[in-house]
Design a protein around this ligand. Structure first.
Ligand SMILES: [Ca+2]
Ligand SMILES: [Ca+2]
Ligand SMILES: [Ca+2]
Ligand SMILES: [Ca+2]
Length: 512
């Protein structure tokens, strides 16, 4: 008799299932990584002989039960649980099981073998899962030290470091990250030119909850092979120690995204998706070629507390926090600080427009907070190319280049009233006529001019001369006298080009 498969729509709809030895359960719904072999094994007592089913349907209409024959239950299941830190390859990628040693009972599964088996699983439309259950003291970090580069990930998979006992996801929406990852990929033995994890020509890959440090090249490397869309890199510490307090940088970039690949997300809107990307020798995040990406909620250049200097760029002066090429990317809700070049740089690139940058907390970078590279204007220096010059007046901001070299607003007045606490700002924008723009305002420590604290925004429409004056904009918080005000302009409709920050920050004066 062949193996008996029991297919159900949702395991929560039944109880007390008793099946024959060798039977298996598989959810019909795809992409539910948590519906794994382990999940079912906990609730399914297995008898020796013929199957007996006692099903209690809690929601009758929603349950689907199909009993059928299946050739190989192992191929239908797609969760691989890494349970050792060593380097062996999978013994056979044809068996659907992550096991480096078929002569020993049970599965001995390394990360290398898990990636090999997930790549080889003949289910390219399904999202496999790689989990971790490395034995030992759960309070201790488990270190995987590859002795050569790991195989590129070429099929959809979720690698979830937070499945390791003792780990914990971040719960803070902003500021410091309190995640406790427990699986470390240490690249110090992986060799010259080794990247940490490589995504190549595959979509819907999630890399979550790992500490990735000391690789010769980048921590996560998405190659220029087309078809690497909609991948998520979240909840990781990339370039630091496990505590997020010391730089153990990768030799190149923290997260490097190449090619005409769209929809890749570094971080995300949820607390548990925020990455720490600091201490790397090159850029924090390079999304520098042709794609459309989202970089959201990350700490880039700080320690885990979000205040200490753990800059990207090492001792060089060309480590940007975020380096953008491509088009229409979004850089939002990040803390980007202390990096050795610009906070965010939009590279000189013919297609590099539509990048919406902000609100973020950007401060103490060695270059500009936001730098649109205009080689014809200033020439590329060690920290980007410095502040651009607005082409206002009759020129109507017609220049082209990264983010169409969008003109920035000028702050003409900033005052704080001692009696009301109101900070009022006047600003002036001179750009394309009869067009809507969002102006975002920021306050900064005295005599600095990036964008440290977001204090509100307003949307305006320029007149037929391309100008608009903002009068008495009231900031969302009181800015002390002596601090400085900057702003950006972002075109309201696509391409959502964001400007550099105000060229000359305006010190807040006491309201008369
Ligand atoms: Ca295998
Ligand atoms: Ca074995
Ligand atoms: Ca510039
Ligand atoms: Ca311009």
């Amino acid at each position: 008799m062949g193996d008996v498969g029991l297919y159900v729509a949702d395991v929560s709809y039944f109880r007390d299932v008793v099946v024959a030895k060798g039977a298996f359960l598989r959810p019909i719904t795809r992409g539910r990584a948590e519906m794994s072999r382990n999940t079912f094994a906990l609730g399914v007592p297995v008898a020796r002989e013929m199957m007996t089913l006692t099903l209690c349907f809690l929601l009758m209409s929603a349950a689907i039960l199909i009993v059928s024959l299946a050739a190989d239950p192992a191929l239908a299941l797609s969760t691989f649980t890494v349970n050792r830190t060593t380097n062996e390859s999978d013994a056979s990628t044809a068996d659907g099981v992550c096991d480096v040693d078929t002569s020993t009972t049970g599965n001995q599964c390394t990360l290398r073998a898990a990636i090999q088996q997930a790549n080889a699983n003949s289910n390219p439309s399904e999202t496999d899962a790689i989990k971790f259950n490395i034995p030992g003291d759960p309070t201790k970090v488990k270190t995987i030290r590859p002795t050569s580069e790991l195989p590129a990930i070429t099929q959809s998979v979720t690698i979830n470091g937070y499945s390791q006992p003792g780990s914990a996801q971040n719960t803070r929406e902003r500021g410091a990250i309190n995640a406790v990852p427990k699986v470390q990929l240490d690249g110090s033995l992986a060799g010259i030119d080794a990247d940490g994890l490589i995504v190549q020509g595959a979509s819907n890959i999630t890399i979550r909850g790992l500490i990735i440090n000391r690789f010769d090249r980048s921590g996560i490397f998405l190659t220029s092979t087309d078809g690497s869309d909609d991948n998520h890199f979240e909840g990781n510490f990339i370039g630091t120690n496990a505590a997020g307090t010391v730089a153990l940088g990768n030799g190149n970039t923290g997260v490097e995204i190449n090619g005409l690949n769209d929809g890749n997300v570094v971080g995300g809107s949820a607390a548990e998706q925020r990455n720490l990307i600091s201490g790397n020798e090159g850029d924090g995040v390079f999304a520098g070629t042709d794609g459309t990406d989202t970089i959201q909620g990350n700490l880039i250049g700080t320690d885990k507390s979000a205040t200490g200097d753990l800059h990207n760029g090492g001792t060089s002066n060309n480590g940007e926090g975020v380096n953008l090429g491509g088009q229409n990317s979004v850089v939002l809700d990040n803390i980007i600080a202390f990096n050795t070049s610009d906070g965010v740089q939009v590279r000189s690139n013919a297609t590099g427009t539509g990048h919406d940058i902000g609100p973020n907390l950007i401060f103490s970078n060695d270059g500009l907070g936001i730098d649109l590279i205009d080689n014809t204007n200033n020439g590329l220096g060690p920290n980007g190319d410095g502040p651009n010059t607005n082409d206002g007046g009759t020129a109507d901001d017609a220049d082209t280049g990264p983010n169409d070299l969008q003109n920035f607003p000028t702050i003409t007045s900033a005052t704080t009233s001692a009696s009301t606490g109101d900070t009022k700002i006047d600003a002036f924008l001179d750009t394309v006529p009869s067009t809507q723009y969002t102006i975002r305002f920021y306050s900064n420590p005295r005599d600095t001019g990036e964008g440290k604290t977001f204090i509100g925004d307003t949307t305006v429409t320029t007149n037929s001369n391309g100008t608009f004056s903002v009068n008495d904009f009231v900031a969302t918080r009181t800015v002390p006298v002596g601090q400085s005000i900057t702003a950006t302009a972002t075109k309201f409709t696509a391409p959502r080009n964001t400007s550099e920050f105000t060229g000359e920050p305006r010190s807040v004066r006491s309201a008369p």
